[in-house]
Ligand binder design. Structure first.
Ligand code: CMP
Length: 137
């Protein structure tokens, strides 16, 4: 059993597809162990994506992530990190496989509907960023 962190980004919460995205997880063997909707502050977004701070897209990424509410969740299941990434599809929705979340719901590489942890090690860090242990069931 693994746990991974998912973020449903502001483009997807604005479109009203939170339920459709959660359904992709639940219909594919990932259990929602924790979930909440929140508005990230600029400091939150900069800290969460600190690993990208030297990248040319960092400013736009932060601007986008604070542009509206997000839904963060802990997904649990067998190979949850890889399974979530498979369900999301490629970072750039133009390259995402048909039937993936990004192919179906994302508009651009910035407004790409969802984030998912890229490794088990980062999943632990990202889960701890958003959730106290008592919030994870
Ligand atoms: P995410 O999985 O949330 O991780 C970092 C985000 O930066 C990524 O999804 C994209 O939304 C965004 N991004 C913008 N430009 C790029 C790029 N050239 N390469 C990778 N990520 C990018």
């Amino acid at each position: 059993m693994e746990q991974t962190l998912s973020i449903i980004k502001p483009d997807a919460t604005a479109k009203g597809v939170i339920g459709k995205i959660i359904d992709r997880f639940e219909s594919n063997g990932l259990r929602v162990a924790a979930i909440k909707k929140l508005q990230l502050s600029r400091a939150d977004a900069e800290a969460f994506y600190a690993v990208h701070k030297e990248r040319p897209f960092f400013g736009e990424l932060v601007d986008f992530m604070v542009s509206g509410p997000v839904v963060v969740s802990v997904l649990e299941g067998e190979n949850a990190v890889a399974k979530n990434r498979e369900l999301m599809g490629a970072t750039n929705p133009k390259e995402a496989e048909p039937g993936t979340i990004r192919a179906d719901f994302a508009d651009s590489i910035d407004a790409n509907a969802v984030h998912g942890s890229d490794s088990l090690e980062n999943a632990k860090i990202e889960i701890a960023f958003f959730f106290a242990q008592r919030e994870i069931c």
